[in-house]
Ligand binder design. Structure first.
Ligand SMILES: Cc1cc2nc3c(=O)[nH]c(=O)nc-3n(C[C@H](O)[C@H](O)[C@H](O)COP(=O)(O)OP(=O)(O)OC[C@H]3O[C@@H](n4cnc5c(N)ncnc54)[C@H](O)[C@@H]3O)c2cc1C
Length: 511
């Protein structure tokens, strides 16, 4: 049966120069940069706070921030969090979470042969896995930053479609508590994390093809969540971990108790857990647990029935994992499930830009003439193909990967940029997302100012503007001694494998 929605007149709820759709790390960077560069900016978010997976998804983290590579909004946000006492202090992070890279380097090469920068700093790959913070304070800070910059934020506003005239976007259609409305704008930035705007616009997108190569070709990437457990005796748990290095001395831990529980029929799918205290900003007994996973296989992650199945299935796993921890791990005696996330990691669609970034580019540490940001996050394809490697070098992100090749006024940032499925495994992380957000927002504002569409924007003007705002736009501008640690670590060929990888190494490079 074919059903048609009857056409109806829509009220215009708001109009702006730049519409940013989605307030995760990418949307935060985009909205702030757009408004600060003079564009009337509106930020649309379906939940009641900004932060995306950092707040609604329980992941208050920026991974591998390196001030030699990352500048601008990310550094400013960390400074504001630090000033408010809402940032985890590095010296309080237990040794098993500080990142083992420094000790690996010292043991493999000796103190005399490792780059001085590694010994003198705790950033990038040789610091902690990430900088963590108080997610509730972060929500307040983000509201403050948006207000200070003059961004109009609308919560409870779900973008459902686009308004398109010929080949250009004229705005978006939203569902709000006051009904279905139109929002008009000259440039639209897709920071939904799922590429919904790009997909609805009819622009060429990646995503429908699923996993492009290997044993699981054509299947869709799975998903995972993290949940918080409260009421943990912090010191008791830390002491337990320190005294059990075999099972608890690394990020993935608890293999023995998980195995035993599974043998007795516990509903747990993973073979190890992440039980991180790094997110316990105040050492008050909150543990971040990652473990529930779900395979979509043949159904796309945007199938609402399948997504519902995933949520229900992972909730069952949460309680099974919690039971195992409570019954077996010292410190968890009085623990409780404190908070599960509002949504899991989702792979949707990504724009096809004039350039598609691949793992090959990342491995080469490639520089581009039109670079607007630097990434140092390796492709996290542990869940996807069974391996994670320190195999890349810091590399450029070209502006061409942020603009749709089909729609001249459609930009993307974060998880939605033009990159292969394996490359996006690193580029979607919070640090590069906020950086690509800042680049896209700046580009949008400049295109309004200079009266050209983003696709025709003068990239030199964009790069100069970003530089003035503290961004390091290309690896070509980074002193060699700052890059040296990455070169040394890459040369060690550190690849961690969970299972025999599903995709041959040389194939990974192509996506
Ligand atoms: C369990 C887990 C562990 C992780 N670990 C790390 C880690 O250690 N380090 C790290 O850096 N990253 C980690 N990540 C990944 C990281 O959180 C994401 O890659 C990052 O948040 C992506 O940013 P984004 O802005 O592209 O998308 P998102 O964070 O997903 O933000 C998208 C925003 O758009 C909004 N939105 C979506 N659709 C619409 C719509 N139609 N209308 C209005 N609003 C909409 C969403 O509500 C959300 O606020 C982890 C994620 C998970 C789930």
């Amino acid at each position: 049966m074919e059903i048609y929605e009857s056409p109806k007149k829509l009220d215009v709820l708001a109009s702006a120069d730049v519409i940013v759709c989605g307030g995760g790390p990418a949307g935060i960077g985009a909205a702030l940069a757009s408004a600060r560069n003079g564009a009337k900016t509106i930020l649309l978010e379906k939940f009641n706070s900004l932060g995306g997976l950092q707040t609604q998804g329980n992941n208050p983290i920026f991974t591998f921030v390196d001030p030699a590579l990352h500048g601008g909004i990310i550094i400013e946000i960390l400074k504001r969090l630090r000033e408010a006492g809402a940032l985890r202090k590095f010296e309080e992070i237990p040794p098993y979470e500080r990142g083992r890279m420094k000790s690996i380097l010292i043991s493999l090469l000796g103190k005399d042969r490792i780059p001085k920068r590694v010994l003198e700093t705790d950033v990038g790959w040789w610091g902690a896995w990430g900088v963590t913070f108080d997610l509730e304070y972060y929500k307040l800070l983000l509201d403050t930053l948006m207000d200070e910059a003059g961004v109009k934020t609308l919560y409870h506003t779900l973008v459902v479609d686009v308004l398109k005239e010929e080949n250009e976007l004229r705005g978006v259609i939203v569902e709000t508590p006051e009904g279905r409305k139109a929002i008009l704008g000259k440039v639209v930035i897709d920071t939904t994390g799922t590429g919904l705007v790009a997909w609805k616009s009819g622009a060429a997108c990646m995503g429908d093809e699923g996993i492009p190569v290997g044993k699981r070709k054509g299947q869709y990437p799975g998903t995972l969540i993290a949940f918080f457990v409260g009421g943990v005796d912090y010191q008791k748990f830390v002491n337990f971990r320190l005294s059990n290095p075999e099972q608890w001395g690394q990020m993935y831990c608890g293999m023995d108790i998980v195995k035993k529980a599974k043998e007795k029929g516990a509903y747990i799918k993973h073979d190890a857990l992440v039980c991180a205290t790094i997110f316990d900003v105040y050492n008050a007994g909150r543990v971040y647990v990652m473990g529930p996973v779900y395979a979509f296989d043949d159904k796309p992650p945007w199938s609402v029935e399948e997504l519902t199945n995933a949520e229900k299935d992972m909730r069952k796993q949460v309680w099974a994992i919690f039971k195992v921890l409570k019954e077996n791990v010292p410190g968890f005696e009085k623990a409780y499930v404190e908070r599960t996330p509002a949504y899991p990691v989702l792979s949707g669609h990504r724009i096809v830009g004039k350039y598609v970034i691949t793992v090959g580019d990342m491995r080469e540490g490639r520089a581009f003439e039109d670079s607007v940001a630097i990434n140092n996050m390796p492709p996290d394809i542990f869940e996807l193909v069974g391996r994670f490697g320190y195999e890349i070098l810091p590399h450029d992100i070209p502006y061409r990967a942020l603009v749709s090749k089909d729609i001249p006024n459609l930009l993307a940032a974060g998880t939605v940029i033009s990159a292969g499925l394996f490359a996006i495994g690193g580029l979607r992380y919070c640090t590069p997302s906020i950086c690509t957000g800042q680049a896209a927002g700046t580009a949008a504002a400049l295109s309004i100012k200079t009266n050209v569409s983003p696709t025709d924007l003068d990239v030199t003007l964009l790069q100069d503007t970003l530089r003035k705002q503290g961004v390091i736009v290309s690896v070509k501008e980074v002193p060699p001694e700052a890059l040296e640690p990455y070169r040394v670590i890459k040369s060690l060929g550190l690849v961690f494998k969970r299972r025999e990888p599903d995709v041959p190494e040389e194939e990974i490079a192509k996506y």
